[in-house]
Design a protein. Structure first.
Length: 281
């Protein structure tokens, strides 16, 4: 019986999380010699994305908190003959973020791709956050405000190269909002709205703004939640391939196939779902 259950889980996982293939040759064809900015570059999805871009011969500007990891990635890029810059920073620090924005204005005359991948997740019910307003400040600063600040700073560089902004969002924002995620969903939804607006306004500038509504990815951030640790999910390398393929194909967004089908239905039945949420402890 246990073996049967495992097999069913494997099949279900393969259906929900189909293989995301992208050959190094195709990646190199599209990103060789391009200037790419990546946030959250030292760990998880951002690390996998940065390594793929470096292997493809892209010129990179890497942003994250871990200077040691950024230095290693930058050195690897330079060894391969590419240009590489990095900045070790906590993007929630507004003063340091402003200095970084000024540096980007001066350093990047052209930019082909901006992968905004840095993010913070937090699960806490509102009633348990009465003395934790900083939860909302920190989550909003990283998931939303840093996206806007960096995008405004690099806008001239994106104009010059008719570039792309690719934002890593969450598939959960496509569904009725679940309890416990008010800070996270508020910040991601705000970023989604900004990206959709920017895509309309930037169209005359030939700048494309894209949103990746990513499903569960096993990273150090997501696996803090014990409920997620044993669920089927993508690897950081899979998620990186999703982001790269989205940038290559120039679609407005990426959504898992099952989200395209189920999200509209979920909103139709939102009143019933909300009743269920109200019964949760």
């Amino acid at each position: 019986m246990i073996a049967i259950k495992r097999k069913i889980m494997e099949i279900a996982g393969a259906l929900v999380y189909p293989t995301i293939s992208l050959t190094p040759e195709i990646t190199k064809e599209h990103f060789l010699g391009k200037w790419v900015l990546v946030t959250g570059a030292s760990h998880g999805i951002g690390r996998a994305l940065s390594e793929k871009l470096i292997s493809a011969g892209a010129n990179v500007f890497l942003i994250a908190r871990s200077e040691e990891d950024l230095h290693h990635l930058s050195a690897k890029a330079k060894q391969m003959g590419s240009c590489a810059e990095y900045c070790a920073i906590d993007l929630r620090d507004r003063e340091k973020l402003e200095l970084l924005c000024q540096k980007l204005r001066e350093t990047l005359p052209r930019l082909d791709y901006f992968f905004c991948n840095a993010g913070k997740s937090i699960h806490r019910k509102i009633n348990d956050a009465q003395d934790r307003l900083h939860d909302y400040d920190r989550t909003m600063d990283l998931n939303y405000r840093s996206l806007v600040a960096l995008s405004l700073a690099i806008l001239p560089a994106l104009k010059a190269s008719k570039g792309h902004i690719i934002y890593s969002s969450s598939v959960s924002t496509l569904y009725p909002m679940a309890p416990g995620w008010s800070a996270y969903h508020s910040s991601k939804s705000a970023a989604n709205t900004w990206c959709e607006t920017a895509n309309s306004e930037f169209a005359p500038l030939d700048i494309c703004v894209q949103i990746a509504y990513l499903p569960l990815v096993h990273t150090a951030m997501s696996d803090v939640n014990e409920q997620y640790q044993h669920l089927p999910a993508y690897t950081p390398a899979d998620a990186a391939n999703i982001l790269l393929k989205l940038a290559i194909r120039k679609n407005k967004s990426y959504k898992p196939w099952w989200a395209k089908l189920s999200a509209p239905i979920a909103h139709i039945f939102a009143p019933i779902i909300q009743l269920y949420y109200k019964r949760l402890p």
